[in-house]
Design a protein around this ligand. Structure first.
Ligand SMILES: CC(C)[C@H](C(=O)O)[C@@H](O)C(=O)O
Ligand code: SF4
Length: 421
């Protein structure tokens, strides 16, 4: 029987043919916990009588949302998690390392064909390397920490095919926002978004991460790009991709596999996209919102906080400075990405242009830490959510865009088409 990538991953793990809709208990290859929902999972683990975790090597603990601790509660959560890590022999990526999804992929522990869970909705990001990865609740994670397995209903898939070549200053973020706008915020609920076509084949892993990251914004259980040579090369930066446990680099959907839905794009036709307040699927072509007043521009997050994103923004900026009327906050997604920006002179360029360039963390993305917006303020953000109150005041507004659009807009102080600066 023909299979989607998702069905193939589950079939390999189960050691038998399984299809969408079936329920299975499946061992996980990795489990990610962070500083916000991790403590709830650890409490749940203790309530289930605790003991030893299933495998400390497969647990990836990362502090990123409230770092460095921005409240006493955050500091206490960190202490509790550090103690748990120590007692269980888990390596803890502490406050200096960066955003969980970026750091998790940089561990080199997540391979194509793996099944990975994390206590964060954007765990779907790891589909960029061909893993089936999904966010779970803290109760389920308590169980996973102890037993290393979880029940799944194997999801149906939607096929998102993108062919053609992007125009200059249009890219992965515009494509995924366009897709979400078309499919809707609940258009792929409990389905795996399988991305395919020339545009994805030519896309580097950072762009694939951007697309898979936002699969959840259309309700997706996961987002997956078929692994290839680019995946192998990217993963070989962090570890031995030819080792015994190495992934299934040959994963592809079968011709004629059954999909619950299909959409097709020619990315050559795509123009910069913007998600307007207060929903991720409220997506428009940039000309509809050009000139919108801005108070803050945020370039960062697990969606667009990589070196490539800052390099693209820097290319748009040229030698220009940011508008004195906007606060520009730039935050790389990990220490590795920070160092890449540092060595390429990008941090200097951003600071000279007038940005605050912060150390890696989630920052203002979900309004949990610093960089909040006030009443009636407007933020333009390269992150993934623009819900009411997401970055501070419920009377503020958040628009989402690509790094190129964010840079062009930060220069002009209003929403600006990056192709026109
Ligand atoms: C704090 C965490 C549970 C949350 C998520 O699951 O996504 C956060 O990372 C977010 O982006 O809203
Ligand atoms: S950067 Fe934003 S979306 Fe990503 S994990 Fe942090 S808060 Fe969530």
């Amino acid at each position: 029987m023909t299979k989607t990538i998702t069905e193939k991953i589950f079939s390999r793990k189960c050691g038998c043919d399984v299809s969408a809709g079936e329920m299975r208990v499946v061992p996980v290859d990795a489990a990610m916990v962070h500083d916000i929902t991790g403590p709830l999972a650890v409490n749940m683990f203790h309530r289930m009588k605790g003991g030893k975790v299933f495998d400390p090597e497969k647990i990836i603990m990362i502090f990123d949302h409230q770092v460095p601790a921005d409240s006493i509660t955050a500091a206490e959560n960190h202490i509790m998690m550090r103690e748990f890590a120590k007692e269980q022999g888990i390596y803890n990526y502490d406050v200096k390392e960066g955003i969980c999804h970026q750091v998790a992929l940089e561990t080199g522990k997540i391979m194509p064909g793996d099944i990975v869970v994390g206590v964060d909705s954007h765990t779907c990001t790891y589909g960029a390397v061909g893993a089936f990865s999904t966010g779970i609740g803290s109760t389920d994670m308590g169980f996973v920490l102890r037993f290393g397995a979880l029940y799944f209903r194997i999801p149906e898939s939607v096929r998102i095919e993108a062919d053609g070549k992007f125009a200059p200053r249009v890219g992965a973020k515009d494509l995924i926002m366009k897709t979400i706008g078309d499919i809707g915020a609940d258009g792929a609920t409990y389905r795996a978004a399988e991305f395919t076509g020339q545009a994805f084949e030519e896309m580097e892993i950072p762009g694939r991460m951007t697309c898979c990251n936002m699969a959840i914004e259309m309700g997706g259980k996961a987002g997956i790009v078929p692994p290839d040579e680019k995946t192998r090369k990217w993963l070989s930066q962090w570890g031995d991709v030819d080792a015994a446990k190495a992934g299934s680099f040959d994963l592809k959907a079968d011709e004629g596999a059954a999909y619950a839905g299909k959409v097709e794009y020619d990315v050559g036709d795509l123009v910069p996209q913007v998600a307007v307040p207060h929903n991720v699927d409220n997506v428009v072509d940039i000309d509809e919102v050009e000139g919108t007043h801005l108070d803050q521009v945020f370039i960062g997050s697990c969606t667009n906080g990589r070196y490539e994103d800052f390099a693209e923004a820097a290319e748009v900026m040229g030698a220009r400075k940011f508008s004195p009327d906007v606060r520009v906050i730039a935050i790389p997604a990990s220490r590795t990405e920070y160092l890449k920006c540092l060595r390429a002179g990008i941090i200097e360029k951003f600071v000279e242009a007038g940005a605050l360039f912060e150390a890696p963390c989630c920052g203002p993305c979900m309004g949990g830490a610093f960089g909040l917006i006030g009443v009636e303020e407007v933020s333009l953000s390269t992150s993934n959510r623009n819900f009411r109150g997401r970055q501070g005041s419920t009377k503020g507004e958040v628009y989402l865009c690509s790094p190129a659009t964010a840079a062009a807009s930060a220069i002009k102080g209003v929403i600006t088409d990056p192709r026109e600066v």
